[in-house]
Design a protein. Structure first.
Length: 86
């Protein structure tokens, strides 16, 4: 019985299938995490380029109106690893 009080039984075949699917899903997730970790140096450069661009060139506020971002308006980089949500 689960937390909702619904009883269900899984036969050995279903449990084996679930175990196999869980392992495959964990493997896919690890590949995604590795890909994101490998992309980190490029991503850091992209972010630095973006922050530089909005401080020198600015960004569009409305149509052709540009606003330059002051350096004190740029948030500091967090100490944690860059988080990518899938």
């Amino acid at each position: 019985m689960d937390k909702l009080g619904i009883s269900h039984a899984r036969n050995a075949e279903v449990r084996a299938w679930m175990k196999k699917e869980t392992a495959a899903q964990k493997k896919r997730y690890q590949l995604i995490v590795k890909e994101q970790d490998d992309l980190a140096p490029k991503r850091d450069k992209w972010i630095a380029d973006f922050l530089q661009r909005i401080q020198t060139r600015g960004f569009n506020v409305d149509a052709d109106m540009m606003r330059i971002i002051k350096p004190e308006e740029i948030p500091t980089r967090p100490k944690r690893k860059f988080k990518v949500v899938f």
